[in-house]
Ligand binder design. Structure first.
Ligand SMILES: [Zn+2]
Length: 78
């Protein structure tokens, strides 16, 4: 998918000075607080990340791999 960011980069493709200036002020700076900074190691999803005990799974993947990891489900429908 082409974003507006990519479109503007294309416009400035032939002008390195304008391109550099555009990148300097508009490039997204990834930080450690970014949602996209630590995605799920299994599917790459950034939302609903479980990082406790170094799991690094999203909730959907955790649900699938939890029995293999030794997690047990308690309750009525277990
Ligand atoms: Zn996942």
């Amino acid at each position: 998918m082409e974003t507006s960011f990519d479109k503007i980069l294309k416009v400035h493709a032939n002008n390195p000075a304008k391109r550099a200036r555009f990148l300097k002020f508009n490039k997204h700076k990834m930080t450690s607080h970014d949602r996209r900074a630590n995605p799920c190691i299994r599917c790459g999803r950034a939302e609903a990340h479980i990082s406790v005990q170094g799991l690094d799974y999203c909730r959907q993947c955790f649900r699938e791999v939890a029995p293999e990891l030794g997690f047990k489900k308690y309750g009525k429908e277990a």
